[in-house]
Design a protein around this ligand. Structure first.
Ligand code: PMP
Length: 361
């Protein structure tokens, strides 16, 4: 007896990174949150919100945020579509464009939610392996001709970026939509906004969860020409962005100074953390995101993940192809990063490995 569609029964749902209850003593380097507080301007707006704002339904298009983002990005407001996190924009794209015979294409490994949302939609997916060094497999992505092609840049979990040239080539050679997921762009040296400005079939996805320290607010947005957005607007939930997120997010995105200062700190810590991990013997990919993908040669990453967790540090371990020997580690504050390196070093030198066997799986 089941209440669900056979394909929903057959799929496994998306498993978000662990979120320990507030107050738990843990160093949380597993879901790429920003370790620094949100903009004081945004927090001031939050504190001063009036109840009247909540009595009424919110603006369906989150106009105040749209206007603020338009100023910052230098695109007209009607080029911006706001969502309940950028996950919500991903959902809209797949809902509007995909279904039986209209599949999704993306390089692997990448953000697992692309697959989950495609399965929910009953559409097919083609997963094209990244090259060994995480160069984008442009030719194979083109060959697959998806109704939607997703490219995360910087990519998760690798932290690597696709070049604007590659993205332009993809945009011109596929007949479907190219969605460039820039969730981590605030920590990168380049962005692909110009690709969305130039090509009708391209949408850029951004979020306030990472660079702006607002993962709990749930606010993200897409940037594309109004004709492309029109189709997405048809399938979005009517009031997908609540009034609090709209007001607080507008103040946060206007405060570029705050975001940039924190991004600079994180980038400096990223370099330091990569150096320390290399000293411990890890291989670390060059990352333009707020995390590092670290491989311990011949090592058992699950063992390291569990050993760190037992001692109060959460990192991300993915039990999937190409990742079982690696950890994705969010860049935290300098103190958090030091604690991580110290603990890793102790585990690797066997000082505190008595309780968990390091046998390889
Ligand atoms: N894209 C990528 C590549 C991500 O890692 C994440 C965060 N899990 C998201 C999109 C979604 O971010 P949010 O919904 O918080 O905006």
């Amino acid at each position: 007896m089941t209440y669900f569609r056979p394909d929903i029964n057959a799929m496994s749902g998306y498993v978000p990174g662990e979120q320990p209850p507030p107050g738990t003593q843990v160093i949380k380097l597993n879901t790429n949150e920003n370790p620094y507080p949100p903009s004081p301007e945004a927090l001031k707006v939050l504190r001063e919100l009036e109840g009247e704002l909540l009595r009424r339904y919110p603006d369906p298009m989150a106009g105040a945020f749209r206007e603020a983002a338009s100023q910052v990005l230098g695109v007209p407001a009607d080029w911006i579509l706001v969502g309940n996190g950028s996950d919500d924009i991903l959902t809209m794209i797949i809902r509007a464009c995909c279904g039986p015979g209209r599949g999704v294409v993306y390089p692997m490994p990448t953000y697992v939610l692309y697959r989950t949302l495609t399965q929910i939609q009953g559409a097919e997916f083609v997963e094209v392996p990244y090259q060994e060094d995480y160069t984008l497999p442009v030719e194979q992505l083109i060959e697959a001709q998806g109704a939607v092609t997703f490219v995360a840049s910087p990519n998760s979990p690798s932290g690597t970026v696709a070049s604007v040239e590659q993205l332009k080539e993809l945009a011109t050679q596929i007949s479907g939509v190219l969605a460039i997921d820039e969730a981590y762009v605030d920590f990168a040296e380049t962005d692909a906004l110009e690709v969305a400005k130039k090509y009708d079939n391209v949408i850029i996805l951004r979020t306030l969860s990472k660079g702006y320290s607002l993962a709990g607010l749930r606010l993200g947005f897409g940037v594309a020409n109004p004709a492309l957005l029109e189709g997405l607007i048809k399938v979005k939930d009517s009031y997908n962005v609540d009034a609090v997120a709209c007001a607080v997010g507008a103040a946060a995105i206007a405060d570029q100074h705050h975001k940039n200062i924190n991004a600079q700190k994180i980038k400096a810590s990223r370099t330091q953390m990569a150096d320390s991990l290399k000293q411990l013997g890890f291989h670390v990919l060059p990352s333009q995101a707020n995390f590092l993908l670290a491989q311990y040669p011949g090592g058992n990453a699950e063992f390291l993940y569990k050993s760190l967790k037992e001692r109060g540090i959460l990192v991300r371990y993915f039990n999937q192809s190409r990742l079982t020997d690696k950890l994705r580690i969010t860049v935290g504050t300098p103190e958090q990063n030091e604690a991580l390196i110290k603990l890793l070093s102790e585990i690797l030198t066997g000082e505190i490995s008595k309780s968990v066997s390091p046998t390889r799986s």
